[in-house]
Design a protein around this ligand. Structure first.
Ligand code: MN
Length: 295
């Protein structure tokens, strides 16, 4: 791509609405025509919920294979517990990264009373090299921040192109995840991109002109590889996620909470969870375990 991006360089999809553990979420990925952006394979945006504590996240123990879960909050507080014995409150500005590998189970529960809840849960597909490996859990309270004209970017995974600021979090494929906050000054923000990556922009709050195209919460804008800079502008304070990576070249089979390649792997993981054979371990949670749906 030569010259500045224009609105037609973006492909914009609308979210569908899903009820999940007490919350209404905007599901932005996967789409029928787009399964992945880099290795990002799942994007849920929830909230903001009213601060009266009416809606909360109450997701009982459930299993995962073959993916990392990334939880990022703008508001509220959630307790993560998993079958490795982790018990970790997640607060705004902190990165919660769980690696499923061959199997893990976790529960997520709002901590009350703690006002509204606003955030995103994202999945990153693990490549074949690591997807049957050991499960793991990381929590990062401090992340690098890149100053931009008109705002700043917090680096969740990977690095913002052309900067030294790299996230300490584990990545199994070339990938970037950044939470961008625009100050609403209306200044043009140039967000550097890695040209070999494809990217998605998800607005969490506010109205953002992305390469000249207005984007709001509930929309995902996709950008093919080739660009080295993305222009952003907001007349009021706004938050967005930049997600990107080298196009993921393995064909995924996603079912329920499992990311695999073959149907037999999904069936075996489902049998293990329903049969309680120990593959996923036990989670300390007051919430009831989630049953797998029929295959
Ligand atoms: Mn989960």
């Amino acid at each position: 791509m030569s010259g500045p991006l224009t609105p037609t360089d973006l492909s914009v999809d609308d979210a569908r609405t899903v009820e999940l553990g007490g919350l209404t979420v905007r599901r932005l990925l996967p789409k029928r025509h787009r399964r992945t952006v880099g290795a990002w394979c799942f994007v849920d945006h929830f909230g903001p919920t009213p601060p009266d504590g009416g809606a909360a996240m109450e997701i009982g123990p459930h299993p995962h294979i073959g993916l990392h879960t990334v939880t990022w909050l703008l508001d509220g507080e959630v307790l993560h517990t998993d079958s490795l014995g982790s018990e970790q409150p997640i607060r705004p500005g902190q990165l919660n990264l769980m690696t499923a590998g061959h199997g893990i189970a976790h529960a997520e529960q709002s901590i009350r009373p703690r006002g509204g809840l606003h955030g995103a849960q994202l999945w990153v597909a693990q490549p074949s090299a690591t997807r049957t490996g050991a499960p793991a859990f990381e929590h990062h309270e401090a992340l690098p921040v890149v100053d931009l004209d008109g705002g700043h970017a917090t680096v969740l995974l990977g690095a913002v192109a052309g900067t030294e600021a790299a996230s300490p979090a584990r990545t199994d494929t070339p990938i970037v995840g950044a939470a961008v906050q625009l100050d609403g000054s209306g200044a043009a923000t140039a967000l550097p991109l890695t040209p070999s990556f494809e990217h998605a922009v998800v607005v969490l709050d506010g109205l953002v002109e992305v390469a000249g195209r207005p984007l709001v919460a509930g929309q995902l804008a996709h950008l093919a590889p080739g660009a080295d800079e993305l222009g952003l502008r907001a007349g009021r304070a706004a938050h967005l996620l930049l997600l990107g990576g080298e196009p993921f070249d393995e064909e995924l089979l996603m079912w329920w909470n499992f990311v695999a390649r073959e149907r037999g792997e999904i069936a075996a993981a489902r049998d293990s969870w329903q049969g309680g054979d120990g593959r996923f371990g036990a989670v300390a949670s007051p919430l009831a375990s989630v049953e797998a749906p029929p295959l």
